[in-house]
Design a protein around this ligand. Structure first.
Ligand code: PMT
Length: 399
């Protein structure tokens, strides 16, 4: 953080009292801090406290009695803009470009990364309007600091607490330290389930949420890669601007999109849960209920992984996944060789908290030379980091 120029924008929440501690932590780490406050924030903590701690005047308006506080200059000066606490109201304004305070004026002018630390009551946080604003802000490439769970100012217990100042500083430190070791690399990631149509209303699918693949795509993009994410039906959206998402539905569509982009890819990570079989005939009209049973004939889908494995050129890397329920190591090891992966990530449904839809996963990485690395149960974001770190080591070894 040493020498970093941070704008801390404080909006009107009771969590504003934590901003004093946040300024101290930034200053102790050697950062220069410029505090901005909305008028509502000044009701919770005084500008005098914050200017004393930051050793700079605090700006509460674009035009103050004495001078014009240039939001454009401030926006260009900063290495990071941190909005903490970010109220529901301020998130709504930022998401919609409503420029009625020094905070929103600087936000709109800033060219630096923006970090939002929301703080509000649990029902306000859960409200679809707030969630839509947050998604929109993330879609613009802003970073969201996860809200905490606990007792809120209302006395209710739930999600909505502002991230602790120590966590905010740690997040920014990680951000500034982030290696750009995949800059210039093209990465292809498949993620999510596939849906295989039976008729216009029914399909054969699976329980994949897309979380694991998205976390991998985000990790590569954060480390400088250009990522093409081929995503099956999932309600999730990639946030990083370095990710180009191609939405597909069926195994056939995923196969076509993956093949089209594999030629330019340096690395492919195949985390999608692709249907192995699909209905041989898709009914044009909704199938009517008739007898006590019915049979659907299934045919094989294209194996994306095996096809890319055959096409793989020298210098291209393929990371495969194996989702197993039994004989895990043996099955994974067979897939590793059969599909010509460089390494395979095994997750087993036998492990609590691993596999479909969880926010966590527990994986083992198997290499072709039988080297095996077992990892603890971790968040999918941490698992993604382990996998990307493994690719980085592998690339260095292979030159
Ligand atoms: O999406 P989440 O809810 O976060 O869940 C993550 C996950 C459990 C889906 C993920 O971690 C995972 O294990 N993905 C692979 C699931 C799978 O289908 O595994 P498999 O063992 O059946 O397939 C082996 C490999 O071949 C995989 O890399 C798969 O993407 C690929 N494959 C399989 C069939 C096919 N027709 N084409 C393929 O490319």
């Amino acid at each position: 953080m040493h020498g970093k120029k941070i704008i801390l924008a404080i909006t009107g929440s009771i969590a504003a009292y934590k901003a004093a501690h946040l300024v101290r932590l930034f200053v102790k780490k050697g950062a220069e801090v410029q505090v901005l406050m909305t008028p509502a924030a000044t009701e919770f903590i005084t500008p005098l406290t914050l200017s004393t701690l930051s050793k700079r005047p605090v700006f509460t308006q674009v035009i103050s009695e004495q001078e014009w506080n240039s939001h454009v200059e401030l926006g260009l000066w900063a290495d990071a803009l941190v909005v903490a606490p970010a109220t529901a109201n301020s998130l709504a304004k930022l998401a919609n470009g409503i420029c009625d305070s020094i905070v929103s004026a600087v936000y709109l002018s800033a060219r630096c990364p923006v970090f939002l630390a929301p703080a509000m009551d649990l029902d306000m946080w859960k409200h679809p309007a707030t969630q839509a604003n947050v998604q929109r802000l993330q879609g613009y490439g802003n970073h969201l600091l996860p809200v905490g769970y606990g007792e809120l100012a209302s006395g209710l217990v739930g999600e909505g607490r502002m991230a602790e100042p120590e966590a905010i500083v740690a997040y920014l430190e990680d951000f500034f330290l982030q290696k750009q070791d995949f800059k210039g690399k093209n990465v292809l990631v498949t993620a999510g389930p596939t849906y295989e149509a039976i008729d216009p209303v029914r399909f054969i699918g699976n329980r994949s949420s897309g979380k694991m693949g998205l976390a991998i795509a985000e990790q590569f993009a954060a480390r400088g890669a250009s990522v093409t994410l081929v995503l099956g039906p999932s309600r999730l959206k990639a946030q990083h601007p370095g990710i180009n998402t191609l939405k597909v539905e069926s195994a056939q569509q995923m196969y076509e999109a993956a093949l089209q982009h594999f030629g330019q890819a340096d690395i492919a990570v195949l985390s999608a849960a692709v249907a192995d079989y699909r209905p041989a005939h898709v009914a044009e009209q909704k199938i009517k209920k008739k007898g006590d049973s019915m049979t659907i004939e299934l045919e094989k889908t294209p194996d994306i992984a095996a096809s890319l494995g055959k096409m793989k050129r020298a210098g291209q890397f393929i990371v495969g996944f194996a989702l197993e329920t039994n004989d895990e190591l043996q099955n994974a090891s067979e897939k590793l060789t059969k599909k010509n992966f460089d390494f395979i990530v095994l997750n087993s449904l036998q492990d609590a908290g691993a596999g479909f839809n969880f926010d966590t996963n527990k994986v083992t990485i198997l290499h072709r030379n039988n080297i095996r690395k077992d990892f603890e149960l971790k968040t999918k974001a941490e698992v993604a980091k382990d996998i990307v770190d493994e690719v980085a080591i592998f690339m260095v070894e292979k030159g």
